[in-house]
Design a protein around this ligand. Structure first.
Ligand code: 5AD
Ligand code: SF4
Length: 491
């Protein structure tokens, strides 16, 4: 287990805990795509693309690579070979933006040596800062927001004719439904499938509704088709991705009315069932759920399919109802605890993880203690924990003062982390002596003599190397654990 301290983020991460949900994934920050070569073999154009932020951004970079592959670009890991350099960015906390700015300054130096190089910024920071990145700061030649990726070939051409190119239009219907993403991990077994984009929730601390626009769902047929294709290529696990998967709806308006009576409607529970039916050997996960929208229907569907994994990421953010009201989360502590109770009643042995923010505007010591006491009640299996970072334009920035001193935010955060470490260890200790069905992911990154894989509840298991293929299911008896990993032997 590794605890990573940053200016604003403190997350309990582990080399294996990288594929869980929509939060920032420390190990993957700055990851570079290297997919298959362009189908247009006469072309030699090279694209270098680096990604930051949440899982959605990593998936979007695969869509971008696919759009540009059609135009003759192949991806490279070597920036010095590239004609086009793109950076897909995150705005969720201030430190995420600082990291990207440092990278852009390095790219600027490359551009000084090679003036023909096209440097572009994509994603949430592009959407948030728009033209200022081109005009005031002159850090990049091209700015494209999350709904403008189909326009990238034109934008690159515009830069080629000496212009600076911007498209930050947000769309009400773009889902890139028809684009088959270039997968990073050739021969991989776990893939992310975007099922919806944007967010309509307006949590007061969150910049996402401003950078990713209105919520919209992707055509379920294209989702199921993508999952079938992945399965046929050897993938054995899909994670359905959205900012709020419980509000997935197809052919249903946001007022709940059927849009086209001649066509079927699909909600999240039904979508999950369709994906589960692709094959009993395809594990299905999803992220992120919202406590105000998670229905018993979804829980019952999870309980009725063995291949839908017993793991729910249900961000609470705070254990105090007044703070939750200021955060505009749409639920109280009591409501949240009832959802946890429903999970345990309907899906026995379901793992639950959460996101917590310390030091939100006006948070009193008593309110903070309520977060700690909620953690005592729920006993989460994992948690992602953050210090509040004020974001421009959000409701909180406009309505409240960011009045909790940094030392107090840090102190509260360390209390939250300390508690979570205790419960993560407790959760893992309960598995010692059990036999777990593990999907083999490959070699352990930390030891040449070990392999690793995940349980249904999303715990990482390491075990001695043997003749096991990636993507196969094996039974492992758990012998020992840390707060982040189970250690076992194959039986
Ligand atoms: N400051 C700190 N944490 C934040 N998150 C979102 N916005 C902020 C912010 N302004 C956290 C929430 C969310 C997760 C993805 O990031 O906990 O669930
Ligand atoms: Fe942000 Fe809230 Fe939407 Fe999550 S649900 S993306 S925290 S506004």
């Amino acid at each position: 287990m590794l605890i990573v301290f940053h200016n604003f983020v403190v997350s309990i991460t582990y080399e294996y805990m990288i594929k869980d949900n929509n939060v920032i994934i420390e190990d993957r920050q700055g990851e570079i795509i290297e997919g298959s070569q362009s189908s247009k073999h006469s072309d030699t154009k090279k694209l270098y693309i680096e990604s930051y932020g949440c899982q959605m951004n990593f998936s979007d970079s695969e869509v971008v690579a696919s759009i540009l592959k059609e135009k003759g670009y192949s991806t490279t890991r070597n920036i010095d070979d590239a004609q086009v350099v793109l950076i897909n960015t995150c705005s969720i906390r201030d430190n995420a933006e600082k990291r990207v700015r440092n990278r852009l300054t390095e790219f600027k130096k490359k551009k000084r040596d090679n003036p023909e190089l096209v440097v572009g910024i994509l994603g949430c920071m592009a959407e948030r800062l728009k033209k200022s990145l081109l005009e005031q700061e002159k850090l990049v030649d091209l700015v494209a927001g999350p709904d403008a990726y189909r326009d990238l070939p034109n934008l690159i051409d515009e830069v080629g004719t000496g212009q600076r190119a911007v498209n930050v239009l947000l769309s009400r219907d773009e889902t890139y439904a028809d684009i088959s993403p270039v997968r990073l991990d050739k021969g991989g077994i776990s893939a992310f499938v975007t099922i919806m984009r944007g967010c309509d929730n307006m949590c007061s601390f969150c910049v996402v509704p401003f950078t990713r626009g209105r919520e919209r769902s992707r055509d379920p047929e294209t989702i199921v088709q993508e999952c079938k294709d992945l399965f046929s290529k050897g993938y054995r696990e899909v994670t359905l991705l959205g900012q709020n998967v419980d509000s997935y709806r197809w052919n249903i308006s946001n007022k709940g009315e059927i849009k086209n009576p001649d066509k079927p409607t699909v909600n999240f529970a039904q979508l999950m069932e369709k994906v589960a039916l692709v094959s009993p050997d395809l594990r299905v996960r999803f992220s992120t759920s919202h406590p105000k929208d998670m229905t018993d229907d979804v829980l019952r569907t999870m309980a009725s399919y063995e291949n839908i994994c017993s793991y729910i990421h249900l961000p609470v953010q705070s254990g105090n109802s007044n703070v939750l009201t200021r955060m505009n989360r749409g639920y109280s502590r009591e409501w949240y605890l009832k959802r946890i109770q429903a999970i345990h009643e309907i899906i026995p042995d379901c793992a639950v993880s959460t996101d917590v923010i310390s030091g939100f505007c006006g948070e009193t010591e008593e309110e903070h203690l309520d977060t700690l006491s909620l953690m005592d009640e729920v006993k989460y299996d994992f948690a992602y924990m953050f210090k509040y970072s004020e974001r421009p334009k959000t409701l909180a920035e406009r309505k409240f003062e960011d009045d909790i001193p940094d030392e107090v935010k840090s102190k509260r955060l360390s209390e939250i982390i300390e508690k979570q470490l205790k419960y993560s260890l407790e959760s893992n200790k309960k598995r010692v002596g059990c036999v777990e069905r593990v999907l083999v992911e490959g070699e352990s990154k930390r030891s040449d003599e070990h392999m690793c894989g995940r349980t249904n509840r999303n715990s990482m298991v390491v075990f001695a190397k043997g003749d096991f293929n990636k993507g196969s299911y094996i039974n492992v008896k758990i012998l020992d654990c840390t707060s982040a990993t189970l250690i076992g032997e194959v039986i």
